[in-house]
Design a protein around this ligand. Sequence first.
Ligand SMILES: Nc1ncnc2c1ncn2[C@@H]1O[C@H](COP(=O)(O)OP(=O)(O)OP(=O)(O)O)[C@@H](O)[C@H]1O
Ligand SMILES: Cc1ncc(C[n+]2csc(CCOP(=O)(O)O)c2C)c(N)n1
Ligand SMILES: [Mg+2]
Ligand SMILES: [Mg+2]
Ligand SMILES: [Mg+2]
Length: 332
Amino acid sequence: MTNASAPLGEFDRITRYFKPLAAGFPGARGLRDDAAVFGVPPGFELVVTADAMVAGVHFFPDDSPGDIAAKLLRTNLSDLTAMGAEPLAYTLTTALPRDVGEAWLSAFAAGLGEDQARFNIGLAGGDSVSTRGPITLSVTAFGLVPAGRALPRWGGVVGDRLFVSGCIGDAALGLEIAYDRLTLDDAAAREHLLRRLRRPDPRTTLGPRLIGLASGALDVSDGLVADLGHLCEESGCAARLDAASVPLSDAARGVIGDDPTRLALALTGGDDYELLFSAPDRATPALMALAESLGVPITAVGWLEAGVPGTVRALDQRGAPLALLRRGWDHF
Ligand SMILES: Nc1ncnc2c1ncn2[C@@H]1O[C@H](COP(=O)(O)OP(=O)(O)OP(=O)(O)O)[C@@H](O)[C@H]1O
Ligand SMILES: Cc1ncc(C[n+]2csc(CCOP(=O)(O)O)c2C)c(N)n1
Ligand SMILES: [Mg+2]
Ligand SMILES: [Mg+2]
Ligand SMILES: [Mg+2]
């Protein structure tokens, strides 16, 4: 039974919006079966990661559906690349309030489709449920890494140098703008910071190339200081973070100026989805050559040092400790 004006049912929605997204991934079995089935090529291992997003917590309910789709996929792609893995497939669970209409779903699916093509990942399956709460979305992403070579958080060694990709703090400052806690007259700078909040740039080309160069790695989601703390804790050491060497975009630099509170926000606000990794100092020339060849900036930001595991000393340009009210995002 079809009725042009009636909302689509669960299965019509799957057929219209999700089956096309699964067409390029044979393991999805056309979303016609109970589950996906796929193998792993010889010599590789599967890397599996899951990250969910909730309206009002991870994004604003009135953000564009395309941006929401991009952030959902990209935060998961960021974890795959932090493991040194190449994207393979993902599953998608949507919990949608009943007032989410076809226009939203259609734009959301289009956003997923664009990023599937951009990042070479296919839809393998998922689940569609309704909710009386806010829009809730979850992706489980699968990637491939050469067997035994996944980049661990715990490989860092005292004396290793610390590096980050890209720029830090854009999204945290973008969030201040989105919440009207920060006004910025420079429209281009404002758009840059908001864009980095809504559409992170997962460093998918970099992670796999860090295998053999980096000792420990993770992606920055909760905040640079908090995630450095995770790397240190797992590696059984402490770290010195040279705040003045943390790479900032022109937009972020303009907003921060010499305000230590804003600098602290950039270092702890999170949503960066850049890679943070440790490597022996002798790897520095190879890393700089890699950054050049990939067109992904890599910047040295500190050192792993002996100390209470998980301790991070953030120092200003004079070597004085920077006052931080918190290390990063915590859901509790
Ligand atoms: N509910 C859960 N059940 C099982 N494992 C979990 C759960 N929540 C987190 N984990 C695991 O705990 C570890 C840390 O999770 P966390 O979500 O902090 O990492 P992340 O995804 O890199 O960070 P972020 O979520 O901030 O992007 C990961 O190995 C993750 O798989
Ligand atoms: C509307 C809105 N409010 C706050 C934030 C900031 N934020 C939410 S979760 C998170 C850490 C990463 O998430 P997780 O640890 O769940 O993967 C951050 C930095 C946002 N993006 N949108
Ligand atoms: Mg997570
Ligand atoms: Mg991560
Ligand atoms: Mg987190």
